[in-house]
Design a protein around this ligand. Structure first.
Ligand SMILES: *Cc1c(COP(=O)(O)O)cnc(C)c1O
Length: 411
């Protein structure tokens, strides 16, 4: 395993120029934050934008604000196949996760189920009070696959229940000519390491709602800032990422278990801070960078799509056949558990960057299990056991693609 070319499963490279911009950003201070906010507002065509320490932090702030508007409502409806950061943020905000099963092909809500989750309570005798438990619905654009936000709207018969778009994995993507993250009442993006575009860690909130924005602004003003030391540590981390994300060196961080690379964990105790000027500085020229990253990932995804369409004769492997404007990894479903394990093991040995995603559906997270006793989300559970992803980031060379395809076709 040592010294072997090893692909990271996901990567948005951080270049030396970015780090220099970060340091300049640090010295510009608040001005740098304002620059990034202004650019984001213009790009997305929205009225309000706020910057925090992560996607989880962004969601937590949104939820806390919504909770203050409707203090009697506690439940947040999310797809049961999901990033564990989402229930982490819901718990952090003092709220309850309510789950809905998904559609296997889109990974979006199963809309028949969603209508039930949201409105079934209406039919029972204590209908109204029951239904008033739902504080918000989160439409999730998992792996850059657009969720049908308009359809979520049709499932909600209470206009007071807002839609939050989780666009953590879909920055830059579009759906029917509209940018992902501009269709709900409020949305958030992640600038974390494995996302479409990264400032090491970071989160963006967008909204057109003036009243919401007013409250979000107050909440953010109360958040602590990154200290000078915090920003120096981020800068050192950026240098380390710059060096060790390269496939020729990635074996090293990957072999250090305490880094927990690629692990999805449930943990409500994350930092909740304002974004630092260093991070905003790292993001300089982000439109250009995002565009080029999206082009490369789309091109690589197309390559895999074509290769498998022509090659994979066995029906055991189902590839993603979606035309995505902003894929971040290439999805594959493998029904046969042994075959899947085998492929993951071989990838591990050969450094191919093929990865399982979330280890289980949200209802089966140890800390949350009790909340979902008697409930079942079979499609979400199955997806967690079937899906693997192929890397499509800029470090994936033509030779890597050939090796990956060969490995899967041979399976
Ligand atoms: C990564 C992610 C988040 C959380 O973002 P962080 O910046 O890692 O906190 C939320 N939702 C989804 C779907 C994600 O992939």
């Amino acid at each position: 395993m040592l010294f072997k070319r090893t692909l990271p499963p996901a990567a948005a490279p951080i270049y030396i120029d970015d780090i220099i911009s970060g340091v300049k950003g640090y010295f510009s201070g608040q001005q740098e934050i304002e620059r990034f906010r202004t650019e984001l507002k213009a790009y997305f065509g929205v009225r309000h934008c706020f910057l925090v320490s992560s996607g989880k932090a962004a969601l937590t702030i949104i939820l806390k604000v919504l909770q203050e508007i409707h203090p009697e409502r506690k439940e947040i409806v999310i797809p049961a196949y999901n990033c564990f950061s989402v229930p982490s943020a819901i718990t952090r905000a003092g709220l309850k996760t309510s789950l809905c099963d998904i559609n296997e092909d889109t990974l979006d809500f199963n809309y028949t189920e969603l209508s039930k989750v949201l409105n079934l309570e209406n039919k029972s005798s204590n209908a109204r009070s029951q239904n008033k438990k739902k504080l918000a619905v989160i439409a999730t654009h998992l792996f850059g696959i657009p969720a049908d936000v308009e359809k979520v709207r049709t499932c909600i018969d209470d206009p007071n229940v807002p839609i939050i778009e989780d666009a953590a994995q879909a920055m830059g993507g579009e759906y029917n000519g509209k940018k992902i993250g501009t269709r709900g009442d409020v949305s958030f993006f992640s600038l974390g390491r494995g996302k479409a575009f990264s400032t090491i860690e970071g989160g963006i909130i967008l909204t057109d709602r003036d009243t919401l924005a007013e409250e979000i602004k107050k909440k953010i003003e109360d958040l602590p800032s990154y200290s000078v030391l915090d920003q120096i540590i981020l800068c050192i981390y950026a240098v380390i990422l710059n060096v060790f994300m390269r496939p020729c060196l990635f074996w090293l961080p990957k072999s250090l278990p305490f880094l927990k690379l690629g692990e999805t964990i449930y943990d409500p105790n994350f930092i909740l801070k304002k974004m630092s000027p260093f991070q905003a500085g790292l993001a300089r020229n982000w439109q250009e960078k995002l565009k080029s990253l999206m082009e490369i990932r789309s091109k690589n995804a197309k390559h895999f799509g074509n290769a498998f369409r022509n090659n994979v004769c066995n029906k055991k492997i189902k590839t993603q056949d979606l035309k995505l404007s902003s894929p971040i990894r290439f999805l594959i479903k493998i029904e046969d558990r042994n075959l899947r394990e085998d492929i993951l093991k071989k990838s591990e040995k050969l450094g191919l960057g093929i990865m399982a995603t979330y280890p289980d559906s949200v209802d089966r997270i140890n800390e949350l299990m009790d909340d979902f006793e008697g409930q079942n989300f079979p499609v979400s559970m199955e997806c967690a056991k079937k899906i693997i992803t192929l890397p499509i980031h800029p470090f994936v060379s033509n030779e890597d693609k050939t090796r990956i395809v060969k490995q899967l076709v041979a399976s």
